[in-house]
Design a protein around this ligand. Sequence first.
Ligand code: KG4
Ligand code: ZN
Length: 337
Amino acid sequence: MSSSCLLALESSCDETAAAVCTLDGRLIASRIASQVEIHRRYGGVVPEVASRNHVLHARLLVEQVLEDAGKKPADMSAFAATSGPGLVSSLLIGTSMAKALAIAEDKPFVAVNHMEGHLLSPFMDGNGPVRASIALIVSGGHTMLVRVHDVGRYELLGRTRDDAAGEAFDKVAKMIGLPYPGGPEIDKLARQGNPEAFKFPRSFLDGSSLEFSFSGLKTAVLYELPKLDLKDERLLADLCASVQAAIIEVLVEKLVLAAKRSRETLVTVSGGVSCNRGLREVLTARCAKEGLELLLARPELCTDNAGMIAFAAVQRFNQGHSSPLEADVDPNLSLVS
Ligand code: KG4
Ligand code: ZN
């Protein structure tokens, strides 16, 4: 059947990605050209290098996902791209390509908020339709608790006052000499460590707050470092397990608190940090105990990808929404107005 799909591009940071999704929300092709190896040598993402690499990969990825899906550009009902938040020079590559395709095929362009892509990703893989829930979004740049009433109707319940959860993982990893990005490295080492070896602070703020703070954890690790021999593998694993446990406890407790307070029984967790195996295990056990239904995206859909952007675009497109071709990118685009 023609005109039953949508193609989306993601280029907000260091991953160039393209995906094709059917208008009933099935992901039928998704590819990522990761730049992790390129940025690792700098210890973080270099914007200029990222945008140049997006230029190199975007066109080929579009051709490949269309081939994977067995579709032509003319079969698409719309073309979508992430328009923010993210790096301006990176966002411009994906949006320019999606707009060019939209013009060439005379089809609508749909601008997507990257955080809405993460937010809705747990509803992919047949977990839809999107419904009332409490969402915890934990990525490299954001940590937010959001009440979801419906697609596009979001209420911010709390966010971090300083570092995002992914940033806390990455900064601690850098301090202890682990490669970028640090989250997956800490996740791996934490499997062999004792989470109670070090008592790191849990910033619950006043106990009833839904705001987060992770900068105290970073400082606590910094004070601990001169006393430690990080060449000791056992100790390094204990340190990683203890840091991870401190982050997980705050995330899980605040999510449960938000659900109880709003009397929602469905909770979702998304963003790169939701790949973390320790977090997934604690969440699964805790939600079962509290009688909460938990939706998590599969790991490939947790970190940046175009599948989640295509899925979010489909939800908006099906509501009759599209964006003007003059729509600009916005590095600080907000999820809630
Ligand atoms: O959502 P994402 O891919 O990009 C942003 O939108 O920021 O999230 C990237 C973040 C990084 O901070 C990375 O270290 C973290 O997610 N991350 C993890 C894991 N995998 C990725 N953190 C903890 N454990 C993981 N397994
Ligand atoms: Zn992201």
